[in-house]
Ligand binder design. Structure first.
Ligand SMILES: N[C@@H](CCC(=O)N[C@@H](CS)C(=O)NCC(=O)O)C(=O)O
Length: 205
């Protein structure tokens, strides 16, 4: 049995979709960001980083979307969420997902979480002001170079797809000019039509 710790609308959505894609047996436990539950001693005992997602597994807790997605794919091989017998193709998926984690998600966090990097209100405001621009630049690279279509890696759906979808759901809220990202929007629409995504969106709104 797996336990996914999530907050609605957070990056945990990617792991949630992958669990559904995999046909995994899991329970979803909501972490209440509004009351700051992620910073309570009880949750910090689950994930000392104070972040979601976290995935409780029979071997212990896993954190970081990239690791959780890789774990789900590797433990549910029949779902075909990663080419497990092809190290190079697997590496390409991890490279894409690592870009989302280390560059795109971090750019997004400069909007509402700029206080992680500065105390000066003017510096915080400036980071938030620039965020739509840096998000568009990061997503334009995906639009023009990385997204092969129809799925991220081409003809075969993989653990890169729920991750890109999750970040694509943030774009309008981040004031990104989505008209410049038609291929990402097309991917998002195709993802939204998948039954697994529809089931999970009931939790995430
Ligand atoms: N590097 C982490 C980032 C996780 C992360 O930042 N999650 C956000 C939600 S999108 C969070 O838990 N934020 C809580 C907070 O900042 O207090 C990953 O990729 O899993």
């Amino acid at each position: 049995m797996l336990t996914l710790y999530y907050s609605p609308g957070s990056v945990a959505l990617a792991a949630h979709i992958a669990l559904e894609d995999a046909g995994a047996v899991y329970e979803a436990r909501r972490v209440d960001f509004a009351s700051g539950e992620q910073r309570t001693p009880a949750f910090l005992a689950i994930n000392p980083k104070g972040r979601v997602p976290a995935l409780g597994t029979p071997r212990g807790m896993l954190t970081e979307v990239v690791a959780i997605l890789g774990y789900i794919a590797a433990t549910h091989p029949a779902a075909g969420l990663a080419p497990l017998d092809d190290p190079f193709a697997c590496g390409e998926i991890h490279a894409f997902n690592a870009y989302l984690a280390s560059t795109v998600h971090v750019a997004h966090a400069h909007g509402r979480r700029a206080g992680r990097w500065a105390d000066d209100p003017a510096a915080i405001a400036e980071m938030a002001r620039k965020m739509p621009e840096t998000m568009l630049a990061a997503c334009s690279l995906i639009e023009h170079e990385l997204l092969r279509g129809p799925w991220v890696m081409g003809e075969t759906y993989s653990i890169a797809d729920p991750y890109l979808f999750t970040i694509a759901t943030w774009l309008e809220g981040d004031r990104v000019d989505v008209a410049k990202l038609p291929r990402i929007l097309d991917h998002r629409a195709r993802m939204a039509a998948r039954p697994a995504v529809k089931r999970v969106m009931g939790f995430h709104g």
